[in-house]
Design a protein around this ligand. Structure first.
Ligand SMILES: [Zn+2]
Ligand SMILES: [Zn+2]
Length: 480
């Protein structure tokens, strides 16, 4: 499908062919200011990261690299011509990266029948056209989920839709709009009320002449339902507003998978007619995995910033030492590109980095931010090509080495010098006597090594090379 870029015509699409401007001299002061504002708005500081002040004439190269990676541009860390063109295109105001904590703990609505209300109407369009555009935008999402959307009245509606210019609401952390072009709209996640705001300074239309209301509303509704931005340029949830024939705007497979990971498929599409109708969507997660099932096994277990994370299928449980309750989340709520089916994960605490493995690929993340240049191949670590997946991985803080388990073998990786040590692979059964021949998940906790195999968990004394305790894999959750 061909898209037409709203402001910049075909320049954006062809810009890869333009010479790259060096960051000094040729970039005008105006462009520099625009780039700084863009990066500050859409790539905000992460909580816990020290803020390094950049000079007026300098750009934060790390943020710039993140932005270039997100948009599939050449990652140069320099303010080149194609990067500037991308920054000038109209877009959604929701940041492309969000802090680990800004992701809501329950990133979806707890019911399937939702109401919305238009708080005001743009003078750009007849009322009936506005209502029709909004209705159609909701249909995009109700077509592929069990969700329904009806117009409500008063303040009791679930999702409030507002046209506003500049500073436009009293909601905390609601950034002002920026006048015509640039930011066209933004929305809040279900955890923050699901508000939808549309920039009144745009020229709203029902066709492709100005800013198409239906198209932008459909994107913003994705946010109010719990979806973050997609990196796939054809997806509706891509942050850039690409002017296209409104009759041809539809959800990409990526959008469908995203929304269905939260709410499941539409009941008609479900077909089996058995379970879907009677179950409430709040219990969707419970239907799939019962944490206290004595036969439960885990795909991966790891520490992360003091918490312990347990992965299974599309879910993740977070056990924090400070809280007695266990939080359950969709993996995709933290790492939208990783839907589930994680094979292994481990944290290198002194680098504040979590490594996540899926098939022959792995990702490095800081909090929920996937680092530039990932995914990479597991074979780049020195794991032989015959290995198609890692079953478990664990970093030993004492030795600064990581153990990778796959099938009946394991490898030891030197994290300081970045190589697999020569004597590996070793046989799991020979070097970890008493645990069987395979490992599903592995964790180091308070200096002890825990190896998970099926519904059992072995506490292993690495020095004496023997099992010192056997428990159920779910013994961490106080089920028994
Ligand atoms: Zn957006
Ligand atoms: Zn707003």
């Amino acid at each position: 499908m061909k898209h037409f870029l709203l402001l910049i015509g075909l320049c954006g699409a062809l810009s890869w062919a333009l010479p790259i401007l060096p960051q000094t001299e040729e970039v005008t002061a105006e462009d520099m200011q625009l780039a700084q504002k863009y990066l500050n708005s859409y790539y905000p500081e992460q909580e816990g990261t020290p803020v390094i002040r950049t000079r007026q004439d300098k750009i934060d190269a790390n943020k710039l690299r993140q932005m270039q990676e997100f948009f599939g541009l050449k990652v140069t860390g320099k303010l080149d011509a194609s990067t500037l063109e991308e920054m000038k295109a109209p877009r959604c105001g929701v940041p492309d990266i969000a802090g680990f904590k800004t992701f809501p703990l329950s990133p979806k609505w707890p019911k399937k029948d939702l109401t919305y209300r238009l708080q005001n109407y743009t003078p750009d369009m007849p009322r009936a056209d506005i209502e029709e555009a909004i209705r159609r935008a909701w249909t995009m999402w109700s077509d592929v989920t069990p969700l329904t959307f009806t117009e409500g009245s008063g303040d009791s509606a679930d999702i409030l839709i507002l046209f506003g210019a500049g500073v436009h609401s009293m909601i905390p952390f609601d950034p002002p709009f920026d006048g015509p072009n640039g930011e066209v709209g933004h929305a809040f996640s279900p955890a923050h009320g699901g508000y939808v705001h549309l920039d009144e300074d745009e020229d709203w239309t029902k066709d492709a002449k100005g800013t198409n209301l239906f198209h932008v509303a459909a994107h913003e509704f994705g946010h109010s339902l719990g979806l973050d931005h997609s990196k796939i340029p054809e997806a509706l949830m891509f942050p850039k507003y690409i002017r296209s024939d409104p009759a041809k705007v539809r959800l990409h497979q990526d959008d469908v998978e995203g929304i269905q990971s939260l709410y499941g498929p539409s009941e008609e599409a479900n077909g089996d007619g058995q379970s879907s109708g009677s179950e409430s969507p709040t219990n969707l997660t419970e239907q799939v995995v019962d944490l206290c099932n004595p036969h439960i096994s885990f795909d991966a277990v790891t520490s992360l910033r003091g918490e312990t994370l347990f992965f299974k299928e599309r879910f993740m449980w977070r056990k924090s030492p400070a809280q007695s309750n266990i939080e359950k989340d969709f993996i995709s709520a933290f790492w939208p590109t990783l839907d589930g089916g994680i094979d292994a994960a481990y944290e290198v605490e002194n680098k504040d980095t979590l490594f996540i493995f899926k098939g022959e690929q792995y990702w490095a993340t800081k909090g929920n931010i996937i680092q530039p240049g990932y995914p990479k191949s597991i074979h780049a670590l020195g794991i032989p090509h015959i290995v198609k997946k890692i079953d478990a991985a664990v970093y030993d803080k004492n030795t600064k080495k990581t153990l990778f388990f796959s099938s009946d073998k394991y490898w030891r990786y030197d994290e300081t010098r970045n190589y697999i040590e020569r004597r590996y692979p070793g046989k799991i059964a020979a070097d970890f006597p008493g645990i069987g021949s395979t490992v599903d998940a592995a964790l180091q906790h308070n200096g002890h090594l825990y190896l998970f195999s099926g519904s059992k968990q072995y506490e292993f004394d690495s020095k004496r090379r023997r099992v010192i305790n056997v428990k159920k894999s779910n013994s961490w959750f106080g089920c028994q």
